[in-house]
Design a protein around this ligand. Sequence first.
Ligand SMILES: [Zn+2]
Length: 455
Amino acid sequence: MQVVCIDSKGHRICELEYSITSNTLESKNWVQITRLQDIRPAQDADFTKLPILHQGFLDSHMHPSWMAKLLSQIDLTQKPILQIKDEILSSTKETIYGFGWNEEFHNIPLEEASKFFDSNLPQNKELYLFRKCGHSAYLSHTAKKKLNIAHSELIKDDELHKIPSQKITSLEFIENFQRVLLKLKQEGISACCDLLLSDEDIQRLSNFEDADFDLQYFGDIHDLERFQGLSRKRTPYVKFFLDGSLGSKSAWLSTSYNDDPRNKGIQIWSDDDLFKKAKEALDQNFLVAFHAIGDAALDQALRLGEALAPQLEKVLNHSSQKLFHRLEHLQVCRDDQIEKIKKQNLWSLGLQPSHRVADSTFALNRLGEERCLKKSYRLKSFLDAGLKISLGSDAPIVSSNPLQCLKASTQDPRACEKISLSQSFELMIRSGRQNTGFEVKNLGPQSRAWLSNYE
Ligand SMILES: [Zn+2]
């Protein structure tokens, strides 16, 4: 494929021979495209001056404020248990937060994780160690005692609210937040939706501006009473969790887990409470967003769509940014639900193709073959049905690098859900723009080169 590079005045600088056609997407070149040395430029061009992916991507679902807090925690990702133990022992803090363990790495079943940590980690400190999905956590004996938790299992979605939030000063939080945005910009991202902020986070960021980066906040529905004076421009949405995650076996499924036949996951809201709370938010002209990973959680969102249709429509008509209410994740979705989403015409979907790749170690076990192959991690089916979609990463749960998202969406081994490179670009930029209200800005020369190829 010929990629035309254009400078900031629109003059053609040169052309690259770039192997990014769908035939060669599997090659290593593609994933490492952010590195200058992986590019094979025309001999006469000076590419050292050009960043490969400058700003321009929109990430419609990530958690930069959470990432900022994680910079002040112990990173548990891919670490042997002895190293985790050493880091905990060497910390001077009595209360320790950590994030990122997963049972596959330590080669233990999820059900055994709590016992495994009990026998390997010091119990005299207050430990709050979150699984990489954020939907379950290990607590030490000291921490459980403090919170009056008597059982010996992991803490899952319905109990997570008992965990006190980590104490971090406003200054440290803002400094960390700036470091996160810098990293995102280096990856070519110029705007994102932060999918969940507490009232405190929103207050801390209320005066925060970054000229090169657009932010849209989703407030936590539990803080609704404190959101009275908030600008709907920066914080147009409030978010509800309708279930947990597949990794934690807490995503709410209509039929039970393949590897846990008595479990269908966790229902967080009764219909009555959910509809009542959603109505309160809609009455204040907030758009609503629903985390729904399992199909039973999606059923509940769609029941709400039916029950509150007039209220939901009223807010859509009121929104100056022409945004839609949002359904997030939809990792398990049946054909009849696709029809309903289309019919209701209230929703845009926030999808994260990288989850398909990250979950591939357990998805088949959790869901069984039929459901895993035909009803999960759908993308092309949504696109073919004409639904509004924007893509995101869900960082820090998976990498924020947009190339991972592009790769995951174009490399699905199931032909029925795989999309083309140009469709993927379109979703990450143009459709993302429609569904988030962001403009792509400060396009660097290389971004122009990318854009010229798909537009
Ligand atoms: Zn998320």
